[in-house]
Design a binder for this molecule. Structure first.
Ligand code: TEU
Length: 610
């Protein structure tokens, strides 16, 4: 299964396969159920590999499928070498990898190694006694006592899912650290033996089986500051304080990541790390600079976090944002690699955020929903870096309807934030949290994938069995959109193909934002170079112009923006579906277009990529 029938490892110097590839994240519990238990599984995913191949997907990222008590949907692993039975078996993973390789596609797994489940054998051993050889594989600290003799956690840190980052262990009379749920104790990366076990039992185990790399969960939290002191009080109403400076990007983080790199390198495995709390390019570049030999790429969250309240206690107090902010953050994370040997990623959805069309688009009518979902597609597929799509994005899946009550939210984060608001007894906070969850909750992206228009949407046989309620918006399904030239799905197929065809401009090009203060229209120029037949460099520019409102918007002077004569301007693609009247001076509601300064029938085979 090791060898794979794909294009050569590198397209040219500095051009490994994953740069121009389209990645697609599968959230397996919600993708496709093959055995009618209401829970998606690996045979279900396998049955859809051809669908993904036809869409233009090059690499599938599968969210955690390992043995787990599912406190955090598999991000709490109890055995890295076993598959959670409702997903299938380890042989199913082999079959999936082989099926992808046969089609020239690749597969990466989700590597969750900042923490394990409390049910993992390592933790069971660690908590068994203070003298356990694995005691130091997790982070244990004694209690603090106040003047009244009351016991307190070692520090005042707030965890991601509300409450303290520390849980008291009666048996050994110490606290253990967990940045997430109490059932997700943090591993102690300071311990070399523990690191070696992680490399061997998680990474090498799966690489030997033929997987092509990893999406690496919480990649910058492995090195913590070792002082374990209180964080500054920023929320005077809470005993627990946000403390990312204590456990994120710690002193040994680059050393640990270089070690990971050495584990992956012999397998030429690709790595994409989840890099939170690092909104400064100067902090991100060291992770993704090619010569640093750390990670191939990372997810930086500034864009996807737009609308979130403050990062910790106020996360679900929705904060509206103007279009200009979305534009400038996009520009920032497009441009930060220019002139460097680093690389960037493009994404606007994942399993931890609300749906893009409900956050950046307008699902208020079927027409606006479709137009805005297509414009979001245009935005994403014309940006530089490696593109990541999330399941259902390609059919414009939306957040759950506002009429669904709070009992439909299953995620540990949503449940704890809502419980915390309720416990405060503050009506305003409860109302705002409920509203914010309606836009931002992680549950929205976890609703079952809509394959068809049946009640069970083709996800499972009996919809009443589904682990999450099934959304019933008609028209948002693969079946209803396939073959409809105006659909979101067919638009994704077309623009993904265009992205490949013109990758010098879209994947590898520079990004220049125009008219940055305009709060209705978004325009940028992408510029790349190809080598013509005669050996000279040929510049290729594209203007992406998108109306991000439900009203008509004036169209800018396209030839001026592209810096070419009017008769050299070509329309490459429009979301509008109109073939004529394209230079009519206006964009209709949520319409997006791409113009370019080169002949479209000049096939890329006439030139070669740089
Ligand atoms: O998320 C890490 C994380 O801290 C955030 O980016 C996450 O979105 C969180 O909700 C912020 O409040 C990763 C996984 O993607 C997430 O699903 C897991 O819950 C988490 O790790 C713990 O493993």
């Amino acid at each position: 299964m090791g060898s794979i029938a794909v294009q050569e490892e590198t397209i040219g110097e500095g051009r490994p396969w994953w740069k121009a590839a389209t990645f697609y994240q599968v959230y397996p519990a919600s993708f496709k159920d093959s055995n009618d238990d209401g829970w998606g599984d690996l045979p279900g995913l396998l049955s859809k590999v051809d669908y993904l191949h036809a869409l233009g997907v090059d690499c599938i990222w599968v969210s955690p499928i390992f043995e787990s008590p599912q406190k955090d949907m598999g991000y709490d692993v109890s055995d890295y070498q076993k598959i959670y039975a409702p997903y299938g078996s380890i042989e199913d993973v082999d079959t999936l990898v082989a099926a992808c390789h046969d089609r020239g596609m690749r597969v990466i797994l989700d590597l969750v190694v900042n923490h394990t489940s409390i049910e993992h054998a390592w933790f069971q051993e660690s908590r068994s006694s203070k003298d356990s050889p694995k005691r130091d594989w997790y982070i244990w600290k004694p209690a603090r006592y106040d003047s009244n003799g009351l016991r307190h956690p070692p520090t005042n840190w707030r965890g991601y899912f509300a409450g303290s980052t520390w849980t008291w262990d009666e048996h050994t009379q110490e606290y253990y650290l967990h940045l997430y749920a109490p059932e997700q104790p943090d591993l102690n990366w300071e311990n070399k033996e523990c690191r070696e076990a992680i490399y061997e039992d998680t990474m090498r185990f799966w690489l030997r089986r033929g997987v092509d790399g990893f999406r690496i969960d919480t990649v910058n939290k492995y090195s913590k500051r070792t002082e374990y002191v209180d964080a500054t009080i920023t929320d005077p109403f809470s005993p627990y304080q946000a403390a990312p400076e204590m456990w994120c990007n710690g002193p040994r983080i680059h050393e640990f990541i270089r070690e990971i790199n050495q584990v992956l390198a012999p397998y030429s495995a690709v790595s994409v790390g989840e890099l939170s709390n690092t909104p400064d390019p100067k902090g991100v570049l060291p992770y993704v600079s090619a010569k640093a030999k750390e990670l191939d790429m990372v997810f930086e969250f500034s864009v996807i976090r737009l609308g979130n309240g403050d990062l910790f206690s106020g996360k679900y107090i929705y904060k509206p944002f103007p279009l200009s902010q979305l534009k400038s953050l996009t520009e920032k994370w497009q441009c930060f690699i220019e002139g460097t040997d680093g690389w960037t990623t493009v994404f606007c959805e994942n399993h931890d955020n609300g749906r893009a069309v409900s956050r950046f688009g307008d699902p208020s009518t079927p027409e606006l929903w479709r137009a805005s979902a297509k414009t979001i597609a245009l935005w994403q597929t014309t940006l530089s870096g490696t593109l990541f799509l999330y399941q259902g994005q390609e059919i414009g899946m939306t957040n759950m309807p506002t009429s669904w009550d709070i009992t439909h939210y299953k995620d540990v984060e949503a449940v704890s934030f809502f419980a915390e608001a309720m416990a405060s007894g503050d009506e305003e906070r409860i109302r705002k949290t409920r509203h914010g969850l309606g836009i931002l909750a992680r549950d929205h992206a976890r609703l079952p994938f809509r394959w068809n228009e049946d009640e069970n949407v083709g996800f499972t046989t009996d919809e009443t069995n589904s682990w999450m309620r099934i959304p019933q918006e008609r028209g948002i399904s693969v079946e209803s959109q396939s073959g409809d030239e105006q659909s979101v799905l067919e638009f994704y197929r077309r623009t993904l193909a265009l992205r490949q065809e013109h990758q010098e401009t879209f994947v590898f090009g520079t990004h220049q934002l125009l008219d940055r203060e305009n709060e209705s229209t978004w325009a940028y120029v992408k510029e790349g170079f190809v080598v013509g037949r005669d050996g000279t460099e040929v510049r290729r520019r594209a203007l992406v112009v998108m109306n991000f409102t439900a009203k008509m918007a004036p169209l800018m002077d396209v030839s001026r923006a592209l810096g070419c004569a009017r008769d050299e301007v070509r329309l490459m693609v429009t979301t509008g579906g109109k073939e004529e009247g394209l230079d009519d001076g206006a964009l209709s509601a949520w319409e997006g277009r791409v113009y370019c300064d080169f002949d479209l029938d000049m096939a890329t085979s006439d030139s070669r990529h740089l």
